[in-house]
Design a protein around this ligand. Structure first.
Ligand SMILES: CC(C)(COP(=O)(O)OP(=O)(O)OC[C@H]1O[C@@H](n2cnc3c(N)ncnc32)[C@H](O)[C@@H]1OP(=O)(O)O)[C@@H](O)C(=O)NCCC(=O)NCCSC(=O)CC(=O)O
Length: 279
């Protein structure tokens, strides 16, 4: 029975031909051109700025309806993130089992192999789903714009993060960026927690662990630096180097900026709360 369960999970998250034979073909697969994330971001930014400048253009949605839509959206993203964590995690384990003699790929996709190789298989599939989940996350901004707490919550951090993340996800999958699977698993895990928080908040059960969510988010940006160090080490010590190394440099810079913004958010949100409590 246990075997059967494992097989079913494996089939639906890895073995299914749609997943196992998935190919990311530049210019052919939907969204597989640089133009796609760029246009999406431009539309996102134009819409956000126009809505801020002309708020009357937005429909008035009742609080009850907005809560219901927000809860549904957050629950969908929480479940989707969990599926991505399990799907990508199992794909990595199976790939490891298939490459028993060479586990270096966990940190460094051999640049020579990746230059000509097809971007294919379950890890690429989950990276692709992850990329599209970032487009779905644009709806977070719409929900904030429609809410009464818009002026407090529509921050530079939020828009900057949501606008740029799809571009990095595109590069991650399109360049076969080394360790991208680790990024997918880490960020999707954090998002399970974050969207669970948002979901509970939207249904009126305000969680007490907001600070934990922020701390975990900060932890993931720091973990990215460890990954960057590992990829760099392999890149300069291995024979052919690691694929996506140039994109890694930009990813690193983006993570530094997010870390700074999140530390600022942490300070403003929790240090102020603590000082209020003590005074
Ligand atoms: C705890 C946090 C996740 C969120 O802190 P905030 O102070 O922004 O949010 P909050 O505590 O006021 O959240 C409760 C409010 O969010 C609403 N809410 C519920 N679901 C939502 C959704 N899917 N998108 C946007 N808002 C949503 C609730 O209805 C409630 O609104 P109301 O108050 O009206 O009832 C924090 O750690 C954080 O990330 N802050 C940065 C701001 C941000 O936008 N983060 C998300 C993207 S960054 C990211 O995702 C980084 C990463 O990759 O990990």
């Amino acid at each position: 029975m246990k075997d059967l369960d494992t097989n079913i999970v494996h089939y639906w998250l890895v073995g299914n031909p749609i997943i196992s034979q998935f190919e990311f073909k530049h210019g052919q697969t939907f969204g597989a051109t640089l133009l796609f994330p760029i246009l999406s971001i431009l539309i996102y930014l134009s819409f956000t700025l126009l809505s801020l400048r002309f708020p009357s253009l937005l429909p008035i949605v009742s609080t009850a309806t907005l809560r219901c839509v927000t809860a549904t959206h957050s629950l969908v993203l929480c479940i989707l993130s969990l599926i991505m964590v399990v799907g990508c995690g199992i794909s990595v384990i199976y790939e490891m089992a298939a490459n028993v003699h060479d586990w270096n790929w966990i940190i460094c996709y051999n640049m020579l192999n990746y230059k000509n190789a097809l971007l294919r298989g379950p890890i690429v599939f989950w990276s692709y789903v992850f990329y599209f989940s970032k487009i779905l996350e644009f709806l977070d901004t719409l929900l904030i714009l429609l809410s009464r707490s818009r002026s407090r919550r529509l921050s530079f951090l939020h828009v900057y993060h949501h606008a740029l993340v799809p571009l990095f996800c595109y590069f991650g999958v399109a360049t076969g960026q080394s360790m991208w699977h680790v990024g997918v698993i880490t960020n999707a895990s954090v998002h399970v927690l974050m969207y669970a928080y948002y979901f509970l908040f939207a249904i009126g059960k305000k969680p007490r662990w907001k600070k934990l969510v922020t701390n975990v988010q900060i932890g993931q940006f720091m973990f990215c630096f460890v990954c960057f160090g590992a990829v760099m080490y392999y890149h300069f010590t291995s024979e052919f180097g690691c694929s996506g190394i140039d994109v890694w440099f930009y990813t690193f810079c983006f993570n530094v900026s997010l870390l700074a913004l999140f530390l600022n958010f942490h300070f403003k949100t929790y240090a102020k709360n603590n000082s209020k409590k003590t005074s």
